[in-house]
Design a protein around this ligand. Structure first.
Ligand code: TLP
Length: 339
């Protein structure tokens, strides 16, 4: 099967498994795992932040970001298609007791004026707006990049309004590779940043939350309370460290393959948005039946609405598989046009 459902489906490479085998370990709840400590320092430096904390998932790093950036009853402003709003099981309400305020915006981008209009003044009736969550690249929008100037502008607006900024950077390095800008340039405009090693970077597990030292100290308490304190976690942290050290540059290959895939699908008659990174959104008529037929031709993708499917390129997809996926989709299209 050619698995384009997500860039989370990758399996650890041989070199990554070797790094896991060789990792020195200790009890990370005691702060004694040398591999976890090294990973946290490495990622903090990569993002230009004072400190970082290693967690099992991007959901956990996002939710700890929400928790440390708010108090009970506060309001979190985010895009209506944000992962934190759509795909994290209601965790802001469940874990932090906050209200979320979804905002509109083309391509996952929130404009400064949209934020300004949504923020209400101090009044006994209103929740206090405390945190703005931004996402780069934007998953639901199809791996769209949040352009740096627009990101800086809305973050500056938030700061002017006394609102902290959290960046869901599950695919921040895709944005960095696609633009040629270093990841820390976006992070400068955020108080907390979540990055994942388990998406395009190809690790089996692991995300980090970065911020200033005081915030990350608080995040350590939250991680323990949320059940994310791990012991000899160096075994898995080694995979993440390997991913950050060796798999960032190669994201450019995924982007190139996404462009090839989009071009091939378009040639076969599908409507495709030109991808900016590694996510391709395809209009297919009826998503469910298309996916069933596509699977019969050996290709998996994800439904992304009634008539849209998502295909992701990643570490485990090579050029031949892109060709084969295009061929499979064109066969499905041919059957459609015969009906
Ligand atoms: N995204 C997954 C699904 O949950 C939709 C995927 O297949 O794309 N932020 C963003 C922007 C994400 O795309 C994801 C995962 C997460 C956070 C959560 O990461 P995990 O799965 O590690 O909790």
């Amino acid at each position: 099967m050619i698995d384009l459902r997500s860039d989370t489906v990758t399996r650890p490479t041989r070199a990554m498994r070797q790094a896991m085998m060789d990792a020195p370990v200790g009890d990370d709840v005691f702060g004694e795992d040398p591999t976890v400590n090294k990973l946290e320092e490495y990622v903090a430096a990569l993002l230009g932040k004072e400190a970082a904390i290693y967690c099992p998932s991007g959901t956990m790093t996002n939710q700890i970001g929400v928790y440390v950036g708010t108090g009970r009853g506060d309001e979190v402003l985010l895009h209506e298609d944000a992962h934190i709003f759509r795909y994290e099981a209601g965790a802001p309400a469940l874990l932090s007791g906050v209200q979320v305020r979804p905002l509109p915006g083309e391509g996952g981008i929130i404009a400064p004026e949209t934020l300004r209009a949504a923020v209400r003044p101090e009044n006994v009736h209103f929740p206090r707006p405390k945190l703005l969550c931004l996402e780069n690249t934007h998953n639901v929008a199809g791996g769209k990049i949040f352009p740096l100037e627009k990101f800086a502008a809305v973050a500056a607006e938030a700061r002017g309004l006394g609102i902290n900024v959290h960046l869901d950077g599950a695919r921040l390095f895709n944005a960095a590779m696609a633009t040629g800008l270093p990841a820390w340039e976006w992070c400068e405009h955020a108080d907390t940043v979540s990055v994942c090693s388990s998406k395009g970077l190809g690790a089996p597990v692991g995300s980090l939350l970065a911020g200033d030292e005081e915030t990350i100290r608080e995040a350590r308490r939250a991680r323990k309370a949320f059940g994310g304190g791990m012991r000899q976690a160096g075994v898995i942290a080694a995979a993440s460290l390997h991913a950050f050290e060796h798999h960032i540059e190669r994201l450019a290959e995924d982007h190139e393959r996404a462009r090839k895939l989009a071009a091939g699908l378009e040639k076969s008659g599908y409507t495709v948005e030109p991808p900016e990174t590694n996510i391709v959104l395809v209009e297919v008529g009826e998503a469910e039946s298309f996916l069933r037929d596509l699977a019969e031709h050996g290709v998996l993708a994800t439904p992304w609405g009634k008539s849209t499917v998502r295909m992701c390129t990643h570490l485990d997809i090579c050029d031949e598989e892109i060709e084969a996926a295009i061929e499979a989709a064109s066969r499905v299209a041919a059957v459609f046009t015969q009906l």
